[in-house]
Design a protein around this ligand. Structure first.
Ligand code: P6P
Length: 338
């Protein structure tokens, strides 16, 4: 490709998905239609998040805006947008959102064959200080052509057809996998299109960064405590790992995916299942990391093998570079042997 050809041969996410779809001759484009509605939601949230700071400045944020209307919090607004976009796609039957205690069962007249689990605005507590936040989503196929039930979304993460996140930071970056590797797209606001900027992302086999909230160290179990100690004081003469913790999962995972290393949200004495939710945080990120050549572990099993029993169930998670996760798996295996 000449530089000129590369500049004009715009690989948009829509075109990319259509290319992917052409590999499945039997597909009728349903997935492409579903994805285009998820992309629409991401574009809207990107626009709303980028204005949030300004809105606060000119008094549009908080409880009422200048018209005296009830100003919705961004995470509620984002949830409304994604639910409406997904229902209107006509390709979904069940939606599970971090914002809604109950699952949304789509009206039979608008039903499709997919179930979408998502966190519309993960890390939203970081908006006011300008830290990157994001949308995380995972897509399952309905288990059969019966009346949809909760069982259709209580599936192990390995059954997901696709997963991804959209990070709202200095740029708006959508990272997605449909099971054939991981690709990253950056929103070009002048075109309103996501352009392929990170083709075929592969995580380094081993990294130099560990990412954990050290403030919880008092409550860690022995394997996590030992692992973090090894990161800081390596016994094999290697140099210590750097600590990078943003406190926004999408940002911490995106850095881990691109630079390598390990992200940990362990369980501890206070919360044995940790903090992160299985369906719409742990599974999508674990799916992506495996597709990028890394791995994801719960402290007991491969994260994607977990079978959730409740919609908003939590799990400890250790994900990142293959060798780094292997190290902590060895420490948990040693403890399990007793
Ligand atoms: P802690 C944000 O609130 C979030 O849900 C994730 O995005 C992030 O990884 C985690 O919680 C941070 O939790 O306990 O370290 O503040």
């Amino acid at each position: 490709h000449s530089a000129e050809a590369q500049r004009t041969d715009l690989m948009t996410i829509t075109r990319f998905v259509l290319n992917e779809q052409s590999k499945h001759p039997d597909s009728r484009g349903d997935f492409s239609i579903l994805l285009s509605h998820i992309v629409l939601g991401c574009k809207f949230v990107c626009s709303a998040v980028s204005k949030a700071g300004l809105a606060k400045l000119i008094g549009l944020a908080g409880d009422t805006n200048v018209q005296g209307e009830e100003q919705k919090k961004l995470d509620v607004l984002s949830n409304d947008v994604f639910v409406k976009a997904l229902v209107s796609s006509g390709r979904t039957s069940i939606l599970v959102s971090e914002e809604d205690e109950q699952a949304t069962f789509v009206d039979p007249s608008k039903r499709g064959k997919y179930c979408v689990v998502f966190d519309p605005l993960d890390g939203s507590s970081n908006i006011d200080c300008g830290v990157s936040i994001g949308t995380i989503f995972g897509i399952y196929m309905l288990k059969g052509d019966h009346e949809p039930t909760i069982e259709d979304v209580l599936q192990p993460g390995k059954n997901m057809l696709a997963a991804g996140y959209c990070m709202y930071g200095s740029s708006c970056t959508l990272v997605i996998s449909t099971g054939n590797g991981v690709n990253g797209f950056t929103l070009d606001p002048s075109l309103g299109e996501f352009i392929l900027t990170h083709p075929d992302i592969k995580i380094p086999k081993k990294g130099k960064i560990y990412s954990v909230n050290e403030g919880n160290a008092k409550n860690w179990d022995a394997p996590t405590a030992k692992y973090v100690e090894k990161c800081k004081f390596p016994q094999d003469g290697s140099s210590p790992k750097s600590l990078r913790y943003i406190g926004s999962m999408v940002a911490d995972v995106h850095r881990t995916l691109l630079y390598g290393g390990i992200f940990l949200y362990p369980g501890d004495k206070k919360s044995p299942n940790g903090k992160l939710r299985v369906l719409y945080e742990v599974f999508p990120m674990s799916f992506l990391l495996e597709q990028a050549g890394g791995q994801a572990f719960t402290g007991k099993i491969r994260a994607l093998d977990l079978v959730p029993s409740k919609l908003h169930e939590r799990s400890p998670i250790f994900l990142g570079s293959f060798d780094d996760v292997e190290d902590i798996k060895a420490l948990y295996a040693a403890e399990a042997k007793g």
